[in-house]
Design a protein around this ligand. Structure first.
Ligand code: TYD
Length: 428
């Protein structure tokens, strides 16, 4: 049985961190106005009060200037800034768990209701909520108690309001319900403590313990990225990590060959220009050796902790490169990679699909080739065929995206497909 049957959450500073977007838009507006950029402490004061008031009070603008600055702010906030929110870690899991255990879960926020709904929907959180209450069009300064009342269901049972400011705690008190003051948001901690909420949560872990005692850590997930040399994997891995973190996931990015000290040593041998006459079998065994260490030392423990592990290349690379391109038997490659196949296979493999020709052209313009990259176009074509075959063989695991598009477009498509799969698999 949950301690509270109805839980109201504040949005900014409680469910998500809106600071990156707010700072970036304030800086954009100030630059447009030709004003100096204030220090972080001043920018922090933009969190909360109405915009024009902040520009007037903290940057010494006249009323007319403050209105112009606010318009510049919106010029960036409306298309981009609101998407720069970051969901706090474990909040997605907490909302899902509350819902699963039968609680009524609502958001009561001072942010206009339409904006709040847009943000919650973008971050995939709407599915866990029963109600969202925020000021409607044209309404100003609605008190927290009024918002709580609007979201209150019939037969609410025991209720609690969770928030990072004194307004949240006092709103709860006026409504006669309990409160949790969270200290990881934007409120002044001494003030929240002084307002005497029923509970204090220093971290989102504390919050989980208060609202959902006994809640376990989330499931981890193992994702690999594959593609021919030059398909843009490193850029995509970095963008994917950033996006997943924004959505509240804990992510560990790693690569093969490498990812732990011993495997990084093996990597130096494998990619050195001077290869000492390395034969294909030795090459395949070295990749497999580095991989075994990486799986035991990094991948499995991280997934066990509930982390999303993003790995740049994995066993599919050995099959495509050492198998299909170098001509070693696939069965033997599988045999020497048994640790990967039996203990550490990825749940999903993002395949950045690009023809060997396109990738070759792109690479020529960029960096100096390493030993494997020096093998030339025909070699890359065999790798491409190898991947195409793997994609046919493992349609469940492979998530293919067209990597010839603009990097932002590829990243958007890749994230959407993976996030959809994570939702279906209950990865929170
Ligand atoms: P790297 O510089 O990491 O290239 P990329 O960014 O394309 O991954 O070098 C890794 C090289 O090693 C790359 O050419 C692919 C190759 N490779 C194999 O041949 N077999 C494998 O099992 C792995 C993991 C990589």
């Amino acid at each position: 049985m949950l301690p509270y049957q109805t839980v109201f959450f504040d949005l900014d500073g409680t469910i998500c961190d809106s600071q990156p977007g707010i700072y970036a838009c304030a800086v954009y507006a100030l630059e447009k106005m030709g004003c100096p950029i204030p220090d972080d402490a001043t920018l922090r004061r933009f969190m909360g009060p109405p915009l024009a008031e902040s520009f007037a009070n903290f940057c010494g603008m006249t009323e007319e200037e403050a209105i112009r600055a606010s318009n510049f702010y919106r010029e960036r906030y409306n298309p981009i800034g609101w998407k720069e929110n970051r969901v706090f870690p474990r909040i997605r899991q907490l909302l899902c768990e509350l819902k699963k255990r039968g609680a009524f879960v609502a958001v009561a926020t001072g942010k206009p209701q339409a904006s709040a709904e847009k943000i919650l929907s973008y971050f995939g959180l709407t599915q866990y909520l029963d109600a969202v209450a925020g000021p409607q069009n044209g309404e100003f300064h609605i008190s927290k108690q009024e918002l709580i009342r609007r979201a209150m269901p019939e037969n609410a049972g025991k209720c609690v309001m969770v928030g990072d400011t004194v307004g949240d705690v006092e709103g709860a008190r006026v409504c006669g319900i309990d409160s949790v003051g969270v200290l990881y948001g934007y409120g002044v901690n001494e003030e929240i403590m002084a307002s005497k909420p029923t509970h204090i949560a220093e971290t989102t872990d504390d919050l989980c313990n208060i609202l959902c005692p006994g809640m376990e850590k989330g499931k981890g997930w193992f994702v690999t990225l594959e593609g021919v040399d030059g398909c843009g994997k490193s850029t995509q891995a970095a963008m994917l990590k950033e996006k997943l973190e924004q959505f509240g996931y804990t992510v560990h990015r790693t690569r093969e060959p490498g990812g732990c000290p011993l495997a990084e040593e093996v990597r130096k041998m494998l990619l050195a220009k001077e290869d000492g006459g390395m034969c294909p079998e030795t090459e395949a065994l070295l990749f497999a050796a580095a991989r075994a260490q990486h799986i035991h030392q990094v991948i499995l423990p991280k997934v066990e902790e509930g982390t999303i592990v993003l790995c740049d290349r994995f066993v599919d690379s050995s099959i495509a490169y050492q198998g299909d391109a170098r001509g070693l038997e696939r069965e033997w490659i599988m045999e020497i990679n048994r640790v990967a196949l039996t203990k550490g296979m990825p749940s999903a493999t993002l395949y950045l699909r690009m023809s060997a020709e396109d990738a070759f052209r792109r690479r020529l313009a960029e960096s100096e080739p390493d030993r494997i990259e020096q093998m030339g176009l025909q070699f890359q074509q065999k790798i491409e065929q190898g991947y195409e075959q793997l994609m046919q063989e493992f349609p469940q695991r492979f998530v293919a995206v067209d990597a010839t598009k603009q990097p932002e477009e590829v990243a958007r498509e890749a994230f959407e497909k993976l996030f959809d799969r994570m939702n279906r698999e209950g990865i929170l």
